[in-house]
Design a protein around this ligand. Sequence first.
Ligand code: NFS
Ligand code: SF4
Length: 672
Amino acid sequence: MAELDPTKLSIDPATQEMLKKAQADGIETIFDRAQVMKPCPIGAEGACCRICAQGPCRVPPPKKAKEGEAQKKQAVGLCGATAETIVARNFARMVCSGAAAHNDHSRGTALLFKEVAHGKAQGYEIKDVAKLRKVAKDWDVAITEGEGDDAKPRPKEAIAQELADKVLLEFGQQSGEITYAKRAPKKRQELWRKLGIVPRGYDIEIVELMHRTHMGVDQEYHNIIKQCSRTALSDGWGGSMISTDLQDILFGMPVPVAGEINLGVLKEDMVNIIIHGHEPLLPEMIYVASQEPEAIQYAQNKGAKGIQLAGMCCSANEILMRHGIPVAGNYLQQELAIITGAVDAMVVDVQCEMQSLANVAKCYHTKLITTDDRARIEGETMHIPFDEHHALDVARKVVREAIDNFPNRRAPVLIPSMSHPTVVGFSYETIQYLLGGSIRGSYYTLNDNIIGGRVRGVAGVVGCNNCRTMHDNAHLTMIKELLKNDVIVLTTGCSAMTAGKFGLLTPESAKEHCGPGLAEVCETVGIPPVLHMGSCVDNSRILMAATACVKAGGLGTDISDLPAAGAAPEWMSEKAISIGHYFVASGVYTMFGVTFPSTGSELLTDYLFKGIEEELGGKWDFEPDPELAAKKMIAHIDLKRKALGIDKARERVLFDMDMRREMAEAAAAEEH
Ligand code: NFS
Ligand code: SF4
C-alpha cells in the first residue's frame, strides 16, 4: 500500500483522521485503490462500445492534426456505429440504470404501502393522513363518501387501498400519460406532449430504451437522447416522486428537525448500528426496535450504555429528516465508519454500498448485514431478509445481532470527535409554510424576494462523492460561492451531508456565508441558507418547489424561465445521470463536475450542452472546477433575470445595502 496524504484526499477532518487510522491498521480503502487504478480514458468519455461480441470497439476522438497534416477522421465501430451513436447509447444505458434504481425503489415502497393499507404490514401505519388525502386527489381517488349533506370523510384505509392499486398499475401502464406529468407547469406539459416525451409508465420507458440501445436498433443520436428524456422523466416525475409521496404518507412528512452529522456521532460506550443504503422501509422499523425498553436493557446487560443508531448515504437522509437520527457520513465515508472499530453492525439494503465493506468489516468486529434479496454481498456477511409482513421482528433480530456483537470489539476504538449540528427536513410543503408563516403560505414570498433582488436565484446542489476528486471539496466550494452571491441552495443526497458537516445547515450560518440580500431573507424567515430536502429520490421535491415558484407568479410561465440552476459537482452514480437528465428535460440548466460521459463525441456533447436547450429549455454543462462551475451557474441565473426584466431590481437592492452599510459604519464611527 502506497503512503497516502489524507489532506489531499478529503477536506473533511474526520475523514482525514480515519484515513490515517486505515493506513496505521493496514486496511485498504477506495482511496488506496484510486491511486493504483486510473480510469480508462476511452471509457470515461463514453467512446467504448461493448454491446455486442464483435467489440469492444473503441472510437476515441482523433488527436488534433499538426500543421500541414490532414485531420484524421474519428473511427467507427465494426458495425459502422459512429462515435455519436456509441456515446449516446452508453449515456442512455446510464439513464436506464439510474431510472431503474429509483423506479424499483418506488415499486418496493408502493408494494409495502398496499400491504399497510390492508393492515397486513407489521409495525407500519399511515402516519400522514393530510398528505394521503392531498395525494389521493391527484390520483382521482375519492376522499369522501356519501352524497351532498351526507358526505363524510372516507376512512384512510379505503383511500390508501384504492391509491395503492392505482399507483401500482402505473408501473406497467402501456399507453397514455403518467399521473404526475400533470403536476408540472401547463407550458411544460404542452412542450412534453409536442415532443412526444410524456412517459407512459415507469417500466416501459426503461425497457424501450434498453431495446433501442441494443446492437443495430436506434442509430441516430437525437432520437436516442429523446427517449432518454422520456425515461428520465419517468424517474423524476414518476418513480422518485411516488417514493417521496408514499414515504411521507407512511412515515410522516418531514418538518424542520435538529440533527447531527459526521463520524463523531458514533459513541464508544454504546452499541452502534449504522443503517446504510436507500430505502427507508426497514430503517423505520429498526428505529422503533432500537427504542424498545427490552432492547435497551439487553444492550445494558452486555455492558453498553444504550443503542446509538446512525445513518449513512440516503437511508441516513430519510431517517434524519423524519426522526433526527444522526448521520455518520456520506458515500466516501462508508468504509471509514467501520475503521473506527466502533460499529457493531452495518445494515445495508440497496444502492451505493461498496463491495469492499465485507473485507473491511472482516478486519474489525463489525457484522455486515444485508437485508434485501436483490442485493447480496459476497464474503462473511449475514443475510436477514426484509419481510414487510414481519418487519418489526426482522428489525428486532437485526438490533439483537448488533447488541450481541458489542462485547466482540477488538481493535482499539478511535472515533473522530467531529460532528456538526444541523437543521434539516425542508419538504416543499414546509418551505411553503415557512415562507408564508401561515397555512396560506406561498412561494410568492420567495418569488417576491427574487424579483426584488435580495435573492438572486435558486440552485439545487445535489449528488454523490467521487474518489476521483477531493472528497467534499467541490460541494463545499460551489455552495459557498453560490451563497456569497445571494443564491439560495436546495440540497439532497450526499451533497446535503457535506453542507451539514461544514455547518451550512444552520440558520446562524447565513450571516457568515451569504451575501447581504440572502442573509437578510434567511434571518427574517429563520431558515438556513442551504435547505436540506432529503435523499436522492427527494430531488422530486425540488421539481415540486420549482413548479410552485412558477405557479406563484411573477417569474415566467415555465421552470425554464426561473433564475435557477442545478448541479452535481462530485457525481459518480448512474442515478445522478438520470436525475441530471430529468432536470434538463424539466427545463433546468444542469452542471456536472468530475468528468462528463459524452465527451467522446463532440457532436453529441454539443447537442447536450447547447442544441437541446432549443427543444427543452434546459441543458447540460460540465466544469470540474467548482468555483468556475458556480460562476457559470450564476451567469445563467443572471441571464434568466435579464429575460424576466428583473436584473435592474438587484442592482438597486445592492446599492441600497451598500448605502445602509455605509450609514451604519458612519454612525458607528461617530459614536467613538
Ligand atoms: Ni444519490 Fe444516495 Fe450518495 Fe450518490 Fe449514492 S447515496 S441516491 S447516488 S452516492 S448521492
Ligand atoms: Fe462494435 Fe457495433 Fe458491436 Fe458496438 S455494436 S461492439 S460498435 S460491432
